[in-house]
Design a protein around this ligand. Structure first.
Ligand code: ARG
Length: 407
């Protein structure tokens, strides 16, 4: 019997061609696996297509809940954003898909897993390194990295073998979608000077087309994870879907990023991430109410490290898990509600409250009821300013240079 390989299958052109190509070139039985994390189309149609192209088996898994609970929310808790811009939707999806590939390979007795990534991007790294962490002995095949076909040649290959070409292929853009966001590249976007044409956006309205009235949303958090909208408890997947719609309608979540790929290339990518943008803003506002200054500062460092780890495909490393344990503890009091205003592409935090808030009205107020002892500030400043005073006396303050004493 031929060896088996489990291929991550999206139903698109490249992975459809990959089924046929793997079967022909390696004489392998291809098991197509489609994971629904909120981006693929109708699963039964995808399954049918995989079989038609030549897969010996076509499996589908609804992994939306797993994606949100085990990847998206852990990333949100640490405010994971790459280079201050990209909420990491695609980067978070890859390790999950790899985990499902590996589990399926073991169950089906396959000798290899395969994915449709090219040799130029980050996704190949994420797939391959995740396999290295989860099943280091499994072989990895990446047809699009091997076959050396241009897009036209891939289309010609599909035509020759009777593989139905999706309508989307007519579009010049390369698009990846899941619940946490939509990534768009290629075509005119490859010129970083060109403004993204309106046609690249599918989840967000332009400023001109968005409503002329603002809309308010309240997001409730428990221990760093969102648990409800407008006072109603919601399960993560539903909450994200609702927020994508709501914020997308107001044009919130468009990102135009020239990013630094791990393989050394600068690339221009457009993102749409309405829910991610709102939740990241709201989460940080919740943290500001419930964490100390030292915690906030330290978390920022962890956030930068963690974001790079996600981007660079190191999700399953020990270090990422070490940091996750820290983050979980650090988020234990990030509980409460944040109110945001969505308006013409903006998401503005306008209110926050928490049962464990560190904001103390009595200490903060300038009105009646002030309990802060202003006279105590004098002694505090005396000690706090001591090193500055000494240094100024000996070496001079700003604009008051002392001549160096001869030793
Ligand atoms: N640049 C993003 C990343 O590396 C997205 C990659 C996939 N983008 C796409 N348009 N197919 O995570």
């Amino acid at each position: 019997m031929a060896d088996k390989v489990v291929l991550a299958y999206s139903g698109g052109l490249d992975t459809s061609v990959a089924i046929k190509w793997l079967a022909d070139k390696y004489n392998m039985g291809v098991i197509a696996l489609t994971a629904d994390i909120g981006g693929v189309g109708e699963l039964s149609a995808i399954q049918k297509k995989a079989k038609k192209v030549g897969a010996i088996k076509a499996l589908t898994i609804d992994a939306k809940k797993l994606f949100v609970d085990s990847f998206v929310f852990p990333a949100l808790k640490v405010n994971a954003v790459y280079e201050k811009q990209y909420p990491l939707a695609t980067a978070l999806g890859r390790p999950l898909i790899t985990k499902l590939l590996v589990d399926t390979a073991i169950k089906e007795g396959a000798v290899a897993v395969a994915h449709g990534s090219t040799g130029k991007g980050n996704d190949q790294v994420r797939f391959d390194v995740s396999v290295a962490a989860l099943a280091p002995n499994l072989k990895i095949l990446a047809p699009a990295r091997e076959w050396g076909m241009t897009r036209e040649e891939t289309i010609a290959y599909a035509e020759k073998h009777g593989i139905q070409i999706p309508v989307k292929v007519a579009s010049p853009y390369s698009i990846d979608e899941n619940l946490w966001g939509r990534s768009i590249e290629c075509g005119v976007l490859e010129d970083p000077w060109v403004e993204p044409p309106e046609e690249v956006f599918a989840w967000t309205k332009s400023m001109a087309e968005s409503p002329n009235k603002p809309e308010y949303v309240e997001i409730s958090f428990e221990a760093g994870s969102p648990v409800g909208l407008n006072g109603k408890k919601l399960e993560g997947v539903v909450l994200i879907k609702k927020l994508n719609e709501l914020a997308g309608k107001h044009g919130v979540g468009r990102v135009d990023h020239v990013e630094s790929r791990l393989v050394g290339i600068k690339s221009r990518e457009i993102y749409e991430s309405p829910a991610a943008t709102v939740l990241l803003e709201a989460h940080q506002a919740m943290e500001a109410m419930t964490l100390s200054h030292q915690q906030l500062r330290f978390n920022e460092k962890v956030s930068n490290e963690y974001s790079d780890i996600i981007y660079n495909g190191l999700w399953f490393t020990q270090l990422r898990q070490d940091l996750a344990a820290y983050v979980d503890r650090a988020q234990q009091y990030v509980t409460g509600t944040v109110r945001v205003k969505l308006y013409k592409g903006n998401c503005i935090v306008v209110g926050r409250k928490s049962p464990v808030s560190l904001y103390d009205y009595g200490l903060a107020t300038y009105d009646k009821g002030d309990v802060f002892d202003q006279s105590a500030s004098l002694g505090f400043i005396h000690i706090f300013g001591l090193p500055t005073r000494v240094q100024s006396r000996v070496q001079g303050g700003a604009g008051n240079k002392k001549t160096k004493k001869k030793a």
